[in-house]
Design a protein. Structure first.
Length: 241
């Protein structure tokens, strides 16, 4: 990655890979896209219906199933396909009018990194204004001036606060009962192969961190998880050879 994109941080390098226009994206997304329309940024002959491609999809399903049965904690919580970082969140300003109040939450306001929460006043009730030095949900929930707000106001603010987070975190598992899905074995994923690719990259990286930084002690159950993860990463590597 550094040969291709330069000497950047891990997150910056991974974001470049997730965005496309690189050999790993161009070769892996067609495998994931197998039953969908052509994915953005992929070359002609994009669908991969080979046996190897089918095995790769089953590795993803296997990895998801094993992670659901065993908790592996990463630096930002449990490693799971239900909470994956798919890249930088460009949405930084959320506004809502509810209960005769105007709510607004802005990231990088008034200066880069800071988060400002605002609620307008009414004729009989005062407003609310709070600026965080950085986006941090737990710090917000523990803030005394925030804790005394009505429950419904706190709920609105927390939802808006999550929507302007610096990183976009989603689930790539299809909701129960969904009709439009990407089936990998017996598991249904959302019909957005680019996001599934980002999720596989993110989960692989978080598993690497958990191992390298000593968050887990290798045992039989952990070894089962790292087996499909190893094969997935090796498939990524082969794209570059």
């Amino acid at each position: 990655m550094t040969d291709t994109f330069g000497d950047l941080s891990d997150h910056e390098l991974l974001d470049h890979v997730k965005k496309g226009s690189n050999v790993v994206y161009n070769r892996i997304v067609p495998i994931i896209t197998w039953s969908q329309a052509q994915a953005k940024g992929t070359d002609a002959g994009w669908q991969d219906m080979s046996q190897e491609a089918g095995e790769f999809r089953l590795r993803i399903e296997q990895l998801n199933r094993l992670l659901q049965s065993c908790v592996i904690e990463g630096r930002k919580g449990r490693v799971s396909f239900e909470t994956v970082d798919i890249g930088h969140n460009t949405h930084a300003d959320e506004q809502l009018n509810k209960m005769k109040r105007n709510f607004r939450v802005r990231r990088d306001h008034p200066v880069k990194g800071q988060v400002t929460l605002e609620m307008s006043a009414t004729k009989t009730r005062e407003g609310f204004l709070l600026t965080q030095p950085a986006h941090d949900r737990k710090t917000l929930e523990d803030e005394p001036s925030f804790r005394i707000l009505k429950t419904e106001y706190r709920t609105i603010f927390l939802s808006m606060h999550g929507s302007i987070a610096p990183r976009k975190v989603i689930s790539v598992l299809a909701p129960h009962g969904s009709q439009d899905v990407l089936p990998f074995g017996s598991t249904n994923f959302i019909p957005e192969p680019e996001k599934i690719f980002s999720a596989v990259v993110d989960v692989s990286y978080n598993l690497r961190n958990a191992l390298f930084h000593g968050s887990i002690t290798p045992n039989e159950q952990h070894n089962e998880i790292y087996e499909p993860a190893y094969h997935i990463v090796m498939r990524f590597v082969r794209c570059t050879i």
